[in-house]
Write a new protein. Structure first.
Length: 126
């Protein structure tokens, strides 16, 4: 994992300029779309063209979370849980991590639905 550290640090330094928290959340409200799990898998692994980091960077390649940095488990979460959490984080009602808040702001409604569909399709990580 240490080989990812320089890339992560560089991305984290750029993130505030790519997705400022002052912008309103994009897309649809939580829970309104079914989602495309295949596209969600791509976002989770590779991020988006508008600067969203891959979920795996912080939450781990198995999406089991990373307690050392406070990143929770994502694998196996119900769609509604993921959608509600992303909406709450983007609105500043949940969590205090500015990186995650910027990510949630930068995700479109379709991105959120696709990620939620993919995460729900996974077995719960141990």
């Amino acid at each position: 994992m240490s080989h990812l550290r320089p890339a992560l640090l560089a991305a984290l330094m750029l993130l505030p300029t790519l997705a400022p928290a002052a912008l309103p959340p994009q897309g649809t409200a939580a829970g309104t779309a079914a989602g495309n799990a295949a596209r969600g898998k791509d976002i989770v692994a590779h991020g988006t063209a508008n600067g969203v980091l891959p979920c795996m960077v912080c939450h781990g390649t198995d999406l089991a979370g990373n307690p050392a940095i406070g990143a929770p488990r994502l694998a196996g979460l119900p769609q509604a849980t993921t959608l509600a959490a992303l909406a709450a984080i983007a609105a500043g009602k949940q969590g205090k991590n500015y990186v995650m808040r910027n990510i949630a702001h930068a995700l479109t409604g379709a991105d959120r639905a696709d990620i939620a569909a993919y995460l729900a399709s996974l077995p719960e990580a141990d």
